[in-house]
Design a protein around this ligand. Structure first.
Ligand code: AMP
Ligand code: ZN
Length: 495
């Protein structure tokens, strides 16, 4: 019972496939293996917390596959070329634009934001040890490392599936079966798609290669049979997923917006390249959006919601991970500071419960307790296997922490096993790590503790005016004193 269930013995893993819009049992292409590709960030700006929801989801999927006993290969790409400001082939390259605005080299921009993304990945415990400064969950593939392969891929499909215009090489979407099936486009004009490129045969046709306009130079450009220029954005994912995972691979993930344009275009390219109707991946999975009312999710609106803002306001980043886990990945999740605070409190309760378990003694592991533990473990396995129903799995983990009939050592072991899927670091987080510590606070924790110690002495000596004065001193410094708080906060710095 200590081992993760093997794929043969655990509950069958069922995942929602966006291609068929049904739950399907996961059957790996290669026995005992799972190969996953997740569309990664475009590194022209900091990721917002909505983007990070997509990677918490991809990480939860990866963790679940490992928990179920599959050997996981997970690729996440870093888009440092080709993504235009408009998904319909209009506008400028996002990275070229950021580099021009900031008067910096495009390579410096890409490196800076890739590292910022990895910092968020690490803070959210998205899996993998740091190796050479980057997290290794997953294999991170950088688009500009694959340009020669992209050109080869484009050459292979150009004759049968593409046509050339002055602005570049375009994919003719009418040359593949069922274009847009993933998006459920009724026709290729079904979407309110704009057609900003002159000469395109169908509105949905998209760039495979974008030529640098005459008289201009781009910071990132390469020679190709269609002139000097840069690859279209969709090409990189087809090329890197095939190169690193082989077609067909098991699961392709991304945010729900990718179900409309980016992934149908990847599928069209994959079909063209493999000369078949095969979409390249068996299962396509999409996380729903994190939404926020005030528009702070927009990267163009000054201060936007990035993970560092939550940290600066004093919230532990794993409270945000828990906030994501509390909603099913296919449901929209509304962000609010109150919601984040509630997730933090829930995490704190878990951590305090575990601290108590550590100091508990006694209780023998017996056949009866093992049977009871197996029942809870089985329910946990069923929940995560049911299309990653983490909102149902979380209370089972909380039930284990509180299950007085089970010996503490067994409960700690079960929590450890379950946390391999949840990724909340439950056995290493401390209650004090979860204190709200806003960046703007000038008072240090040592100073707060010293004032509280003096206040305790004053109260013991029944010197209430002195005790009140010390409390006022703390309030003036933004510290809320929480005597006797059932959650053991002791005190809290106002966020
Ligand atoms: P981008 O860097 O814009 O390519 O986006 C990175 C990932 O975040 C993609 O998988 C998007 O689909 C996803 N994404 C974008 N906005 C949100 C959001 N508000 N909530 C959840 N996922 C998002
Ligand atoms: Zn992609």
């Amino acid at each position: 019972m200590t081992d993760a269930p093997s794929p043969a013995s655990g509950a069958p893993l069922r995942l929602f496939n966006s291609l068929t819009r049904t739950l399907e049992e996961f059957r790996p292409v290669h026995a005992q293996e799972a190969r996953v590709y997740s569309c990664g960030p475009t590194v022209y700006n900091y990721p917002h917390i909505g983007n990070m929801r997509a990677y918490v989801f991809a990480d939860t999927l990866g963790r679940t596959l490992s928990f179920k006993g599959y050997r996981l290969t997970h690729v996440i790409n870093i888009t440092d070329v080709g993504h235009l400001t408009d998904d319909a082939d209009a506008g400028e390259d996002k990275l070229e634009k950021a580099a021009a605005e900031k008067a910096q080299s495009i390579w410096d921009i890409a490196r800076h934001y890739t590292e910022a993304y990895w910092a968020d990945v690490k803070a959210l415990n998205i899996r993998g040890p740091m190796k050479a400064g980057k997290p290794e969950a997953a294999h991170w593939s950088i688009a500009t490392d694959y340009v020669p392969q992209m050109i080869e891929f484009a050459k292979a499909i150009a004759d049968k599936h593409c046509y050339e215009l002055d602005s570049g090489l375009y994919f003719d979407t009418s040359t593949v079966a069922d274009y847009g099936r993933l998006a459920r486009h009724a026709t290729d004009e079904g979407e309110s798609r704009i057609d900003p490129v002159e000469g395109k045969r169908h509105p949905a046709d998209f760039a495979i290669w974008r030529k640098t306009p005459p008289g201009e130079t781009r910071q990132m450009e390469w020679d190709s049979p269609w002139g000097r220029g840069a690859p279209g954005w969709h090409l990189e994912c087809s090329v890197m997923s095939e190169a690193l995972l082989g077609f067909p691979f098991d699961i392709h993930t991304g945010g729900i917006d990718h179900r409309e344009i980016h992934h149908p275009n990847e599928i069209a390219q994959n079909q063209a390249h493999s000369c078949s109707a095969d979409s390249g991946a068996r299962i396509w999975m999409h996380n729903n959006f994190l939404v926020e009312r005030s528009g702070k999710m927009s990267k163009s609106a000054g201060e936007f919601l990035r993970l560092q803002l939550l940290i600066d306001k004093g919230y532990h980043p794993l409270a945000y991970r828990l906030m994501c886990l509390q909603a099913h990945y296919r449901s929209e999740l509304e962000f609010s500071w109150e919601g984040l605070g509630a997730a933090l409190t829930r995490l704190k309760r878990m951590v305090m419960g575990i601290e108590k378990l550590r100091s508990a003694t006694g209780g023998e592991v017996s056949p009866t307790t093992l049977t009871q533990a197996k029942v809870i473990q089985g329910s946990f396995d069923e929940a995560v296997s049911d299309d990653l129903s983490i909102p149902k799995a979380l209370p089972l983990m909380e039930q284990v922490i509180e299950a007085k009939r089970l010996p503490a050592s067994l409960r700690l072991h079960l929590v450890d096993e379950m946390d391999k899927v949840l990724g909340l670091e439950l056995l290493s987080l401390k209650r004090t790590d979860l204190r709200i510590r806003p960046k703007t606070a000038t008072i240090t924790e040592a100073e707060i503790e010293a004032i509280l110690a003096r206040r305790k002495e004053a109260r013991a000596a029944k010197d209430f005016p002195a005790s009140d004065a010390l409390r006022d001193e703390l309030i003036a410094a933004g510290v809320e004193v929480m005597d006797g708080d059932p959650l053991g906060w002791d005190w809290r710095l106002e966020p």
